[in-house]
Design a protein around this ligand. Sequence first.
Ligand code: ADP
Ligand code: AMP
Length: 217
Amino acid sequence: MVIVLLGPPGAGKGTQCKRVAEKYKLVHLSSGDILRGHRTNGTELGKKAAEYMDSGKLVPDQLIIEMMAGAIESAKGNCVLDGFPRTVVHGQELDKALAAKGRKIDAIVNLVIDDSVIEKRMTGRRSCPACGAVYHIDTLKPKVEGFCDKCSSKLVQRTDDKPEVVKQRLEIYHQQTAAVVGYYAGKNHKILDVDAEKSVDEVTALVVAKLDGFKAV
Ligand code: ADP
Ligand code: AMP
């Protein structure tokens, strides 16, 4: 089963995808997390992606498409996609790659949220560089301020969560990523819109209700 979670950066895709993956026994494939892993490991891909990521731009299509096609294959097509597809070209290439393996997207959830809410989410995000857990300085505080609940590592603010880069990422979302919703609607995919401005637990309940109520799942 392939589930896609769409939405702007900071909408809560990663937070919700972790829960969806656990509930439906899927592999959570976050293109951002995979890229950050490449950077940590100093791979060629990580080195090529770094300048794009730090300036809030999209990493070039051919690098991302190959990376994600490989990840989906490794997950044997049982995955929830987070951060990919991020352009219409990604959507087209994903459809082709899935069709070549006799697979398809089973459900698309779209997290709907206003830019004014997103800015606070991204600038307040704190991430664990060791285990990938994600917190927020106001809405999802760790038990001990500044340290990860799961592995006790010191939390960091992502370079691309600084206010000036957040602005650029939101612009890129509106210029290049928002159109992905229209691409899938045009292909007669049902888009499961969810109000992502509610609390984390409320959003999870809405996502699960939509997925459970959707006949393909
Ligand atoms: P994305 O993966 O879409 O970039 P994240 O899941 O990392 O977004 O969430 C962005 C920030 O907002 C994180 O700090 C997270 O803890 C927080 N967050 C996520 N969902 C909510 C929510 N429903 N309400 C309040 N804060 C949230
Ligand atoms: P994210 O963790 O999803 O917020 O992504 C962090 C950064 O990684 C983005 O700002 C991009 O630079 C890069 N990135 C992640 N996913 C993609 C993608 N599908 N296409 C292009 N760049 C991506």
